[in-house]
Design a protein around this ligand. Structure first.
Ligand SMILES: *[C@@H]1O[C@H](CO)[C@@H](O)[C@H](O)[C@H]1NC(C)=O
Ligand SMILES: *[C@@H]1O[C@H](CO)[C@@H](O)[C@H](O)[C@H]1NC(C)=O
Ligand SMILES: CC(=O)N[C@H]1CO[C@H](CO)[C@@H](O)[C@@H]1O
Length: 340
């Protein structure tokens, strides 16, 4: 029944011109309260050793560290309480993970605000559902620390995965070795040239749009547009979603000009060997392996990172994610036959 229905739709829709030999269809969206239902709240210790106390959903809702309305989802750091130096974990915060996992996928994220300030280390990323890490790979889409003003995107993989030095992208290569066991798990990073892509300036200009296209044919590509950029593609501002005419609608074609970051697969790195289905994650930790180590070199001074995080709750008023919407598209084959 279902298969017949979707087959009919697929034949009605005209294929789009794409770099991939398969088409992408609308799969799902996340907006407002849907995050409460289809993402889980992570409560274990932070594997990156942050000064953070990840709380469960009930605690987060009770203290307004997570907030959802029809059209907004917000998750934030505690900005009211001093943390005792003897507290075993640290400042209360939130880390969430999608219940669903996605292989080849296109994601359009409309983000209003991201955590900013000294001591912060926010990230939007995806990680293998099967693992164990780094098997199956990790893709960091948005990541930075402290007062950074340019985002870093990177891959972290199991062994034997390197990227070409020269790629058709606007960002700058920070490393070409994706193997998480090398360079203290630095990963193969690409730093965006756009100062509006991260932190305080991202927020001051009302955030913007991040798009990820992750496919076995086109590799991993990441785009960013500030909300007020004149060249935001129409389909990024108005992503196709479920509508009255049927359960699916054709996805946008990921041909949106030169990406900020491109990760290519082939001789240096086999996509099939290093990447499988990923869960999506938003988190906000403090100090830890990166933000702690880079505290003094990324704009912050004074006391140590941990002392600062413990003692200055008011400094975390802007340490929050505010998500307008996330739209997800998957290949026809997966959508039509995967669930029937
Ligand atoms: C909870 O957070 C939301 C989003 O930031 C805000 O609009 C609301 O006023 C907060 N509620 C309380 C009780 O502080
Ligand atoms: C990685 O490459 C090395 C050197 O070519 C090889 O010996 C090793 O077996 C490879 N590892 C995997 C998991 O393919
Ligand atoms: C925003 C951001 O993360 N900027 C950093 C990008 O990565 C390089 C290298 O790790 C840092 O030097 C930047 O500060």
């Amino acid at each position: 029944m279902r298969a017949g229905y979707t087959f009919c739709l697929a034949t009605l829709l005209t294929p789009v011109i794409s770099t991939d030999p398969v088409d992408y269809f609308f799969k799902t969206s996340f907006m407002g309260r849907e995050f409460l239902q289809r993402w889980t709240w992570y409560i274990d210790d932070d594997p990156t050793h942050g000064r953070v106390n990840y709380v469960d959903q009930a605690t987060a809702l009770q203290h307004n560290l997570s907030y959802a309305s029809d059209y907004k989802f917000v998750m934030r750091a505690d900005s009211e309480n001093v943390v005792s130096p003897s507290d075993p974990r640290g400042r209360k915060s939130v880390r969430i993970q999608s219940v669903e996992a996605y292989s080849d996928v296109i994601i359009i994220l409309d983000l209003q605000h991201m955590p900013e300030g000294c001591g912060t280390w926010p990230a939007f990323w995806s990680v293998s559902a099967a693992g164990p890490w780094p098997k199956g790979g990790e893709i960091d889409i948005i990541e930075g620390v402290n007062l950074d003003d340019e985002n870093l995107s990177s891959l972290h993989t199991s062994e034997n995965c390197t990227m070409p030095e020269v790629r058709a992208m606007s960002g700058d290569v920070t490393s070409t070795d994706c193997d998480a066991h090398h360079n203290k798990n630095q990963g193969c990073g690409v730093q965006f040239g756009n100062p509006l892509s991260y932190g305080a300036l991202f927020n001051r200009y009302d955030g913007g749009y991040y798009a990820l296209a992750r496919t076995r044919y086109g590799g991993v590509r990441i785009w960013f547009w500030n909300r007020w950029d004149s060249d935001v593609p129409w389909e990024i501002r108005h992503p196709p979603t479920r509508d009255l005419f049927g359960p699916t609608k054709l996805a946008p074609t990921p041909l949106w000009g030169q990406p900020q970051a491109v990760f290519e697969f082939g001789e240096g790195c086999s996509y099939a060997d290093h990447f499988d289905a990923h869960n999506l994650v938003f988190d906000l930790t403090f100090c830890g392996d990166w933000a702690g180590g880079a505290y003094a070199t990324s704009g912050c001074s004074g006391t140590s990172c941990i002392d600062f995080v413990n003692g200055n709750p008011e400094a975390f008023k802007n340490a929050y994610w505010e998500i307008n919407a996330m739209h997800i598209y998957a290949p026809v084959a997966e959508d039509l036959f995967g669930e029937s």
